[in-house]
Write a protein that binds this ligand. Structure first.
Ligand code: C2E
Ligand code: MG
Ligand code: MG
Ligand code: MG
Length: 304
């Protein structure tokens, strides 16, 4: 009987694996096709629906209150599956060798958008873009960043690249050179999801990091589970000690906002302030509901 049960389990397990593998293969093919269409100009001049779109979420300075940057977040709408989460397709793109193309498209599109906002007088002080550790391994990132900034007249200071701790642990010399080259350009390097990756903090002194993003998991229950507060406080203190800007992600409620402010966290991002939104909606938001974030009372605030 045990043998029988074991066989059954194995059978179900294999079928489940199979479904997963099929979904993966389908998604890989769909991603590849979507990238081909995007790169050949889908969405431009009525050339069909674009498969990818960028949404932009405000990051705000908590004291004084003003807009700091906007983070570009990729969105993919599949004709049959609808919206696919980046938490699902970004890791897949990393595994199947498509992330270089995806991240390159995001960088070019987001920086060009910042240029268009500025040309139209929309007060967006800066832009943050997520870049996969895999993208860093290919040596041409600093060159691409330099040329896209120049092409759109954007100062390097206005660009932040959000990277994960995984990159910092990489032994790849090319990735280290890229970090140094980007820093030399004047681009800010930010550690995304800080505190969830690796326990070694030595990379913070070895690499030219300028910013830490406290992971959403610590902020999530900040006002509910007392154990989170000392962790958040400690991260803010690490930032202070090393002269790094600290950004809290996933701020949803006023209570979290007030605690972060009381702990001296400089920047907040989350539904409490604004959701990620398409470029046109962001411009509307800045002119309407979010207008107060563009009116900084502090003359020393260089953000706008
Ligand atoms: P991330 O960079 O840590 O981005 C923050 C995520 O939290 C985003 O999810 C955002 O929509 C979500 N978020 C923001 N505020 C709140 C809040 O108040 N509450 C909650 N519950 N969530 C909030 P999203 O857009 O689904 O992206 C997931 C992840 O996918 C990102 O995490 C990032 O790691 C990756 N990603 C997104 N766009 C790109 C991209 O262009 N390139 C690369 N390489 N990765 C990307
Ligand atoms: Mg990010
Ligand atoms: Mg993050
Ligand atoms: Mg995160």
């Amino acid at each position: 009987r045990a043998k029988q049960a074991g066989r059954n389990r194995c059978h179900f397990f294999r079928r489940d694996m199979n479904e997963q593998a099929v979904r993966r293969l389908e998604m890989e093919a769909a991603l590849r096709e979507a990238l081909d269409r995007q790169e050949s100009g889908a969405g431009d001049d009525g050339a069909g629906e674009a498969p990818f779109e960028l949404h932009y979420q405000p990051q705000v300075r908590l004291k004084p209150n003003c807009l700091y940057r906007v983070e570009a977040l990729i969105r993919w709408t599949h004709p049959r599956w609808g919206a696919v989460s980046p938490a699902e397709f970004v890791p897949l793109a990393e595994e199947c060798g498509l992330i270089d193309r995806l991240d390159s498209w995001v960088l070019e599109t987001a920086v060009a958008q910042l240029g268009r906002w500025r040309a139209a007088g929309v007060p967006v002080p800066g832009l943050a873009v997520n870049v996969s550790a895999v993208r860093f391994a290919r040596g041409d990132l600093p060159d691409q960043v330099r040329s896209v900034l120049a092409a759109n007249g954007i100062p390097a200071n206005d660009l932040t690249l959000e990277i994960t701790e995984r990159l910092m642990m990489s032994e790849e010399a090319g990735a280290h050179d890229a970090l140094d080259a980007l820093h030399a350009l004047g681009v800010t390097l930010s550690i995304d999801d800080f505190g969830t990756g690796y326990s070694s903090l030595s990379y913070l002194k070895r690499f030219p990091v300028g910013e830490l993003k406290i992971d959403r998991s610590f902020v999530k229950e900040l006002d509910i589970d007392a154990a989170n507060r000392p962790l958040v406080r400690a991260i803010i203190q690490i930032g202070e000690a090393l002269g790094l800007t600290v950004v809290a992600e996933g701020v949803e409620r006023e209570a979290q906002h007030l605690m972060l402010e009381a702990e001296g966290c400089a920047i907040g991002q989350g539904y409490r302030f604004a959701r990620p939104m398409p470029a046109a909606a962001l411009a509307d938001w800045l002119a309407g509901e979010g207008k107060h974030w563009t009116e900084c009372p502090d003359e020393d605030c260089i953000s706008i």
